[in-house]
Design a protein around this ligand. Structure first.
Ligand SMILES: [Zn+2]
Length: 82
């Protein structure tokens, strides 16, 4: 919104306040996001994972060598979390 000249009191992340509120930070790098992804990994019985960007995170299910239905379920979960 700041890039579109919308006046904001702060562009800092509302969760941690340490970094600007950019998509990569909110969905990947923020401590809050990492805690959520750790829960997702645990729930899906995966090793903790780390993505290098939002696109990488959304396509993470492709890295796992499991049944197609399982990958589709993980893809849906990741989409929902994002
Ligand atoms: Zn943050």
């Amino acid at each position: 919104m700041a890039k579109r000249n919308v006046h904001l009191d702060s562009i800092r992340c509302k969760f941690c306040g340490d970094f600007d509120e950019m998509a990569e930070h909110l969905f990947i790098f923020c401590n809050m996001a990492q805690v959520i992804w750790d829960y997702v990994a645990c729930w899906c019985r995966l090793q903790a994972f780390f993505a290098f960007g939002v696109k990488n995170q959304v396509n993470l299910h492709k890295q796992f060598r499991r049944l197609k239905k399982w990958r589709a379920a993980v893809y849906t979960i990741i989409q929902t979390v994002v």
